[in-house]
Design a protein around this ligand. Structure first.
Ligand code: ADP
Ligand code: MG
Length: 233
């Protein structure tokens, strides 16, 4: 049963543009991801990594093929299902996109807005916990301007994790970090996989991170050209 796999992509194709400009970007991608695993997507610029990640993350409509995410088919899914599923996902992008006028704590609380907890104390507690997880317990009241690049990225990680997501999608999350901070962020995601089954799919060009990956999937020209440990049925 595909429900055992948080992500199951079958026969995925995707096109950009219309008319003469219409161009296929993704060709017959098949990818089944195990719960709690850390999968790295690699490949040259323009090979389709971000497109696949955003399709799996309900940030783009599936045009052709199938993506079963947390037991729900995304092909033909409406806004309501996409929104409900996105609440169970965490996103970390290269640009950390923190709000400069909000403290670390308030930025992390933003990650809970979609959850409509309506309980400010519960929100603060969850934000405190997430910031402790990323080692920023003593920086909660700092504004981003007073944090280092690595610390800012860790706030963004805390914001992605605060809602206790089932899956984290990360697009080059360590690009702006020094070696040690980058490895820390990835090691933390890996630990969450072991501790609570959080599944991570991460795009990276960073060779240093590959040792931490459970699996490396390489894309070229919109196709998977290698997969270190394909999941069988
Ligand atoms: P990667 O993340 O591996 O660099 P992308 O998924 O961003 O690759 O892009 C894959 C292909 O799709 C590229 O040829 C890119 O030019 C094209 N593409 C991506 N996004 C768009 C878009 N919004 N409009 C048109 N073409 C796009
Ligand atoms: Mg990209």
């Amino acid at each position: 049963m595909s429900g055992n796999h948080p992500i199951n992509v079958r026969g995925l194709n995707h096109w950009f543009g219309t008319g003469e400009a219409r161009k296929q970007a993704i060709f017959d991608v098949n990818l089944k991801v195990a719960r709690g695993s850390l999968t790295v997507l690699m490949g040259p610029s323009g090979s389709g990594k971000t497109t696949v990640l955003t399709l799996m993350g309900c940030l783009r409509d599936v045009q052709d093929g199938s993506i079963c995410l947390l037991g729900h088919e995304l092909m033909g899914a409406g806004n309501a299902l996409n929104e409900a599923l996105r609440r169970r996902l965490g996103f970390i992008f290269q640009a950390h996109n923190l709000h400069g006028s909000l403290t670390a704590m308030q930025n992390v609380q933003m990650g809970l807005q979609v959850h409509h907890l309506d309980d400010p104390e519960a929100e603060r507690q969850a934000a405190r916990h997430a910031l402790s997880l990323v080692g920023l317990a003593d920086r909660m009241d700092y504004l981003p301007g007073n944090l280092s690049g690595g610390q800012k990225q860790r706030v963004a990680v805390a914001r992605a994790l605060v809602g206790n997501p089932d899956i984290v999608f990360a697009d080059e999350p360590t690009a702006a970090l020094d070696k040690e901070s980058g490895l820390n962020v990835v090691a933390m995601l890996k630990k969450l996989g072991e501790l609570r089954g959080t599944t991570t799919v991460m795009v990276t060009h960073d060779n240093r991170i590959l040792e931490l990956a459970d699996r490396i999937v390489t894309l070229e020209d919109g196709r998977i050209v290698s997969d270190t440990s394909p999941v069988q049925d």
